[in-house]
Write a protein that binds this ligand. Structure first.
Ligand SMILES: [Zn+2]
Length: 193
C-alpha cells in the first residue's frame, strides 16, 4: 500500500514545522547534504537535500547522454530508500512513500528558454542558476518505533562524492541535530524519538 508524503503528514505539528524548515532555500556547500527527520507516532517523514555535485558530480544542466543518464540513475537510487537507509529490523519499518526530484535547471532547453511559459517562471523561482540540488522525501511506518535505535546510511556508498549529511530531527521528545559522515554514517535514535 502506498501513500503520498503529503497525505500522511498533512495535519501534524512536527510535519508542519519540518515543512516550514524544508522550504527555506539556503546556499548549499558541496560535499554536505541535509537530512530532516520528523517522527510522529509510528510515522517518520524524512527529507533529503543534496547538492548535485555530491550526487552526480555536476550542477550544470544535463548536456549530453551521459549527463542525462547520470541524473536518471541518481533519481532511481534516491527513489529506493530501502537501499540507502538500513533500519533496525526489530522496529518493523516499511517505506510507504518515496519521491525524488532534481531542482535547478535540469536541461539545456531550460537553460536557454527565455520564453514566458509557466515552466520558465518556475525555474527562476527556484533560484536556478549556478547550483542544482536533489531533493527526496520518504515516509516510513514503524510498527515498533520504540525499537528503532539506529539508522545506518548506505547513502555514502551510493554517492561517492558525498562527504556529510547534517541531520535535524524532531519528535514528541524534542529535537536534536547530528552530523553523519562517510566515516560515521550511523544515526543514533535510541531514547531520542
Ligand atoms: Zn552547488
Amino acid at each position: 500500500m502506498r501513500f503520498t508524503v503529503l497525505s500522511v503528514f498533512a495535519i501534524s505539528a512536527a510535519g508542519a514545522a519540518l515543512a516550514q524548515d524544508m522550504h527555506q532555500h539556503e546556499a548549499h556547500v558541496h560535499g554536505t547534504g541535509a537530512l530532516d527527520i520528523a517522527v510522529e507516532g509510528k510515522n517518520i517523514l524524512m527529507e533529503l537535500r543534496a547538492p548535485g555535485a555530491d550526487i552526480v558530480g555536476f550542477e550544470h544542466p544535463a548536456r549530453d547522454v551521459e549527463d542525462k543518464a547520470a541524473v536518471a540513475l541518481a533519481l532511481n537510487l534516491l527513489s529506493n530508500p530501502g537501499d540507502l537507509f538500513v533500519l533496525d529490523v526489530a522496529a518493523g519499518c516499511d517505506f510507504v512513500a518515496a519521491e525524488a526530484e532534481l531542482h535547478g535547471k535540469t536541461s539545456e532547453d531550460d537553460a536557454h528558454d527565455e520564453g514566458e511559459g509557466e515552466e520558465n517562471e518556475h525555474a527562476h523561482e527556484e533560484g536556478a542558476g549556478e547550483h542544482s540540488e536533489f531533493h527526496a522525501e520518504y515516509v516510513l511506518i514503524c510498527e515498533r518505533i520504540d525499537r528503532l535505535e539506529t539508522v545506518s546510511l548506505n547513502y555514502f556508498k551510493a554517492f561517492e562524492r558525498a562527504q556529510a549529511l547534517e541531520v535535524q530531527a524532531i519528535s514528541d521528545k524534542g529535537s536534536f541535530g547530528a552530523e553523519l559522515t562517510r566515516d560515521a554514517p550511523v544515526l543514533k535514535l535510541e531514547g531520542r524519538i
